[in-house]
Design a binder for this molecule. Sequence first.
Ligand SMILES: Cc1cc2nc3c(=O)[nH]c(=O)nc-3n(C[C@H](O)[C@H](O)[C@H](O)COP(=O)(O)O)c2cc1C
Length: 206
Amino acid sequence: MKRIFLGVTGASGAAYAARALAALTDAGCDVGLCVSHAGAHVISHELQGGGRMRPADPDAVVARFVADHASGAGSVTVLGLDDMAAPFASGSSLAPAALICPCSGATLGHIASGAAQNLIHRCADVMLKERRTLVLMTRETPLNLIHIDNMATVTRAGAVVMPAAPGFYNLPASVDDLVDFMVGKALDHLGVAHRLLARWGSEDEA
Ligand SMILES: Cc1cc2nc3c(=O)[nH]c(=O)nc-3n(C[C@H](O)[C@H](O)[C@H](O)COP(=O)(O)O)c2cc1C
């Protein structure tokens, strides 16, 4: 069973995180899930009808997120944001890949500077130092020079920066199709099989 770290931060696009959790567990992955405080806020607002205020009980938001979206043959372990003793915080744990989805400009900045202040930053740091796969599905627009410089820095360090910018060449019919496109691209980089997107020039439909 492939171990994957899924970090969810406070950028808009909680639907991407939901689809990623569903697809990873569908594929039988053992997912270590860590949600930042702002990530729980955005999940509550965008997926759970929680409104604009910060959720009173972020743990309940995360528990509902897992219940609503994890499926299939995989498993999910919810990791505390401050749990620097989690296996994913150490290079000696052999988790091969991490996806931060969506990835805020703030978390991108922490990763680019090496200032790991929570488990999401630390796991990203570990993936880079161990030369493993780190995919950052960033979401901000427009970008300032700090974002662009930080993207260049993490790319030089080995990360894959994947802005949430779905293509339209597969003629999407719904928002779900756009979400699937992005998550499919991320899973390709994580080495996880899926049927979320049609392959250009292939008869193999999604
Ligand atoms: C509803 C909502 C949407 C947000 N969308 C974005 C976004 O798309 N991109 C971004 O970089 N920050 C966004 N933010 C701001 C981040 O949540 C904020 O910078 C936070 O400190 C990020 O912390 P984190 O990276 O630990 O999750 C949003 C905040 C809220 C409340």
